[in-house]
Structure formats: structure tokens, C-alpha cells
Design a protein around this ligand. Structure first.
Ligand code: NAD
Ligand code: UD1
Length: 342
């Protein structure tokens, strides 16, 4: 059984490909390498001792997609490929709608042509928007995200609902990730952002390794326990295993049709100050920081109610916050320039 993983060379994709291989799935990756390196795939092959079929290509290229579906026996698709920088999405929104929405439509069309109905989508906690109260639970209505990036995730979730209404055989899963951090315990694969990191942990790790002087903490006057924002951070390997759990669930529930959403998070909110403290304690590194003004679009605090994934998928985020920090640091200190060093 072959699984097509779009965006499989990226941060979450590469960890998921590793988990799929270790669970005996046969993986075909399609990635245009716009935000990744094929080195991640080579390292996944090295760690697992298994091979991956890698195809360089764009999810908006339907001819390429058709070729992939004709060359391989694809039974399921895990769709990571997307642009994901929230700030950038406000500068070049059309590129975000093109890649994230149009790319998903192209993929779904070619799946339909080939009668492939199993689809797992990378959604985000951002789909709950500003309207919903924490903890977020899947029964809540989709909200209004503060960025074009977030809007693309809401749109694709709506598209999936319509596809399921039109196609009685469609079997879709939206996995709503909270804040994935960390790296595989080998220290060989991890998050390798291009340019200045937008997200907290890559920035902290680059300060620790001496690439940046100090961290800016965006706001200490939020209505939270210590005034900084709270998020639900989960280990990327737990998240990767959530995809295997979702695929196993689809495979074990042959009678399921429609679309189901699952939150993938720990269920705990952790502040920015707590992240800095835990990183320092776990790694023995010092993180100089300053408090800066709030970042536009940030919500004060959100975390998951992860009961549904726990009960239905038998999945739980197991790795501790300390483990997330140790693994982030192992990856960053072994690879100060990410995959570039090869
Ligand atoms: P990433 O940038 O590391 O991975 C995305 C991959 O998709 C990259 O390898 C990139 O080269 C590829 N890609 C981009 N456009 C493509 C295209 N047009 N055709 C083919 N490949 C293309 O990002 P990630 O953090 O691994 O995120 C993976 C998915 O998870 C994305 O859909 C993202 O929106 C979603 N997500 C991420 C987070 C997070 O915190 N990282 C949170 C919620 C949701
Ligand atoms: C952001 C996106 C979200 C996306 C997620 C994963 C916004 C508003 N939200 O989530 O849509 O799904 O990334 O890609 O951008 N922080 C600092 N200093 C830094 C960086 C971050 O203090 O240098 C703080 C932020 O204010 C936030 C927390 O750290 O409170 C986490 O930030 P980040 O890692 O960017 O994730 P989110 O904002 O939760």
C-alpha cells in the first residue's frame, strides 16, 4: 500500500515519513523543495534503513500529479504541502491562496480522477479563530483567523466538507495541529527555517547556538499568568505518530465516509517565559531576551481539548516539554546551519 505524502521533505512531513516507514507504510513524497531540502529525506532513509520514492514537483501541477497516480498505486494521501509563514501571507496573499487552496483543489481533483478517497489534511488550531473559547474542541464552529494563511486552512476544511457531500466514498481527516516543536531524537532531522525564524522555538534555538543575539518576547501584558502568550506545544514526533494513527484509523474503519477533524495537542497551555526557562534548564544554555511590543494577530492563549483524538485514534502526545527542548537543542547544535552543512 503506497501513501503519497505531499510536502514530505518539510519539517512535519519528514518526521511523519519516518514514522510511516517505521509502521511499514510504503511512502512516495512529492515536494517542490521551495522550503526544504532533499537532504531531510536522505537522512530519514539513513535512520530507518528504508527507501522513499522522492518526486520533485508542485501540487499545482496536475500533469505531474496525474503521472504520480499513474506510476504508483496510491491508496491514501497525506497533504502537508503549503506555504506557512503567517506574516508573509499578509504580504503575498495570492501566493498563499494559490498554493494552499488551489494546490489542494488540484490534488483532490486528481485523486477523484483516480478514485482515491483517503485524504489526511494538515490543518491548524488557527481555524478556531478569535471567536472560540479555550480549550478548543472539534464541535466548535470554524472561526475567523487573523491572517490569509489561516483563512486558507478554513477554506480547505470547507472544501473537504463539500467534497464529502458530493462524493459518498470520500474519507477525509483534518488534523488540527497546535504548536509542533522539537526534533527526532537522533538529532539528524529537525526544523530548518529559511532566514529569520518566525516561530518561537527555532528562534530560541538559534539564539542558543549563537546565530542570533537575543530573543524578543512579544508582549508581557497579556491576561495570562505571567503576561506572556500561552500555547499548546507538542513534540513533532508525537504529531508524526498522530498521522500514522489517523491513517491506521482510516484503514481500520472501512465503512467510514465523510470528514472528521481531530485536534492534535497536549491539552496544556505553556507561556513564552516558561518555554525560555525550560529550554535553559533542559539544555544548560542561556537565552538572553528582551520584552518587545505585542505581535499583530497573536491571541493571548489557546490550547487543545485532545480527547477526541485520544478516544477515537488512541493517540496521545506523550513526550514532555523537557524532551522537546533537549531534542530541539540536539538537532540545532549538531546542525547549526540546518541541512546546508552537507
Ligand atoms: P514546511 O514548510 O517545513 O513543509 C511544507 C513542505 O511543503 C516543504 O517541504 C515545501 O517545500 C513544500 N511545498 C510548499 N509548496 C509546495 C508546492 N506548491 N508543491 C509541493 N510542495 C510544496 O512546513 P511544516 O511546518 O512542515 O508544515 C507542514 C504543514 O503543516 C503545512 O500545511 C502547514 O500549514 C501545516 N501546519 C504547520 C504548523 C507548524 O507549526 N509548523 C502548524 C499548523 C499547521
Ligand atoms: C503561529 C501562527 C499560527 C500557525 C503557527 C504554526 C500567528 C499569529 N500564528 O502560531 O497561525 O499555525 O504559527 O506555524 O503567527 N514569540 C515570541 N518571540 C518570537 C516568536 C514567537 O515571543 O520570536 C511568541 C509569540 O508571540 C507566541 C508564541 O511565542 O505567543 C508562539 O509563537 P509561534 O511559534 O509563532 O506560534 P503561534 O503564534 O502560536
Amino acid at each position: 500500500m503506497q501513501v503519497l505524502v505531499t510536502g514530505g521533505a518539510g519539517y512535519i512531513g519528514s518526521h511523519t515519513v519516518l514514522s510511516l516507514l517505521q509502521s511499514q507504510y510504503d511512502v512516495v513524497v512529492l515536494d517542490n523543495l521551495s522550503n526544504s531540502s532533499v537532504e531531510s529525506i536522505k537522512r530519514v532513509e539513513h535512520i530507518t534503513g528504508k527507501s522513499v520514492t522522492f518526486i520533485e514537483g508542485d501540487v499545482c501541477d496536475k500533469a505531474k500529479l496525474r503521472q504520480v497516480f499513474s506510476d504508483y498505486t496510491i491508496e491514501s494521501v497525506i497533504h502537508f504541502a503549503a506555504l506557512k509563514a503567517v506574516g508573509e501571507s499578509a504580504q503575498i496573499p495570492l501566493s498563499y491562496y494559490q498554493t494552499n487552496v488551489h494546490g489542494s483543489v488540484c490534488l483532490l481533483e486528481v485523486m477523484q480522477e483516480n478514485k482515491v478517497n483517503n485524504f489526511i489534511f494538515s490543518s491548524s488550531a488557527t481555524v478556531y479563530g478569535e471567536e472560540n473559547q479555550v480549550p478548543y474542541v472539534e464541535t466548535m464552529k470554524l472561526g475567523t483567523p487573523s491572517s490569509p494563511y489561516g483563512a486558507t486552512k478554513v477554506m480547505v476544511e470547507r472544501i473537504l466538507a463539500d467534497v464529502a457531500l458530493a462524493n459518498a466514498k470520500f474519507r477525509g481527516v483534518s488534523l488540527r495541529y497546535f504548536n509542533p516543536i522539537g526534533a527526532h531524537e537522533s538529532g539528524m532531522i529537525g526544523e530548518d527555517p529559511k532566514g529569520i525564524p518566525n516561530n518561537l522555538l527555532p528562534y530560541v534555538a538559534q539564539v542558543a547556538v549563537g546565530k542570533r543575539d537575543k530573543l524578543s518576547i512579544f508582549g508581557d501584558d497579556y491576561p495570562t499568568q505571567d503576561g506572556s502568550c500561552e500555547r499548546d506545544y507538542l513534540h513533532v514526533m508525537d504529531l508524526a505518530q498522530g498521522h500514522v494513527a489517523a491513517l491506521d484509523w482510516l484503514n481500520c474503519h472501512g465503512d467510514f465516509t465523510g470528514v472528521e477533524a481531530f485536534n492534535l495537542g497536549t491539552g496544556n497551555g505553556v507561556s513564552v517565559f516558561a518555554i525560555v526557562n525550560t529550554f535553559e534548564q533542559a539544555t544548560d544554555q542561556r537565552i538572553p531576551f528582551e520584552v518587545s511590543p505585542r505581535r499583530a494577530g497573536d491571541l493571548a492563549a489557546f490550547w487543545a481539548n485532545a480527547t477526541k483524538a485520544n478516544q477515537a485514534l488512541n493517540w496521545q502526545a506523550k513526550r514532555s516539554l523537557q524532551q522537546m527542548m533537549i531534542d530541539t537543542w540536539r538537532w540545532q547544535s549538531n546542525n547549526p546551519n540546518g541541512y546546508l552543512e552537507q
